[in-house]
Design a protein around this ligand. Sequence first.
Ligand SMILES: [Ca+2]
Ligand SMILES: [Ca+2]
Ligand SMILES: [Ca+2]
Ligand SMILES: [Ca+2]
Length: 329
Amino acid sequence: MKPPQRTAGRAAPGPATVRSSQRRASIVALSVGLVAWTACSADDVVGRVEPDGDTDDSSCSRDAVDGPAVAGRLARLPASGTLAAEGSICPVGDRDWYEVDMPEGQGLLAVDLAVRGPLSPLQPTYAVESCDAACVATSSGTASGSCCESRAEPAADQAGEAVRGAHCLGAGEYFVVVRDRGDDHEDSRTPRGIYDLRVELGADPDALTEPNDGPEAATAPTATGPRAWQAVGHVACTGDQDWYVIDVPEGSVVDVTLTMGISALQPQFRFVDETGAVLGVETSSRGDEEATSLHGQYWLGSAGTCFVVVEDDDGQDSDASQAYDLSIR
Ligand SMILES: [Ca+2]
Ligand SMILES: [Ca+2]
Ligand SMILES: [Ca+2]
Ligand SMILES: [Ca+2]
């Protein structure tokens, strides 16, 4: 097993719970494909026991993808190559595990999860877990702490609302775990509701400069003149920050310009000095409706290092298909 090289969040491993038993459960006809356990070796597995105990409500037509040892495999849709599964959250507390292999050379995992039909009582959500049961990302953003067990995640998704996210992950093996946000609803409609899970794997367009998500890993932009630089990049996944570093002489005035076409995010840049103080923030709060053109000017009394950070305004949105242009002079 290869360890994740870059994750959207670096979460502490969850509690080591051992799967005590594998329940026999009724298997419904799903387009999940074969239930399998091949990627993470048994020695690596820290299983999770579903919170619903041994309740096996046959009226739920429960699908048997309850944990890493019996994770479902996603089917590849012929036309698009998208990986897909369908299932149901039932009974209350049900969690459905799907295995995803991130190959070398890829690094972007995009998830789309939606429940079919109107009036679903579910608040669908997902987490991405690594092979050793560490949560590395959630539908509501970057993981921190034991998010997979949290009952109080930040985004209050409405019942029945689709959730989407894109996550930067290193090559390796992961699980996408689908559940109700509070583990307190089941799809009780008649006929029983079905969710659609779609997963797409792709390359991070900034692969040559990532990870540059903090001052220590900041990228040097391309020099275009004695005191002029430029960079092209992408806010490619949830929580992606692109840090750029320049050195300036004493008494400098630094001009920063950020431009971007209409995208799925609200682009923003911060100007940060070497002490970490934020000297200015410019935000395009309508960047998903109109093109972005941001400009700021900053005076530095003493010579030193400073940073320009390009990001989404709240770290929740991303767009790997739309590049930004950054100019510093
Ligand atoms: Ca299920
Ligand atoms: Ca980036
Ligand atoms: Ca970055
Ligand atoms: Ca945003």
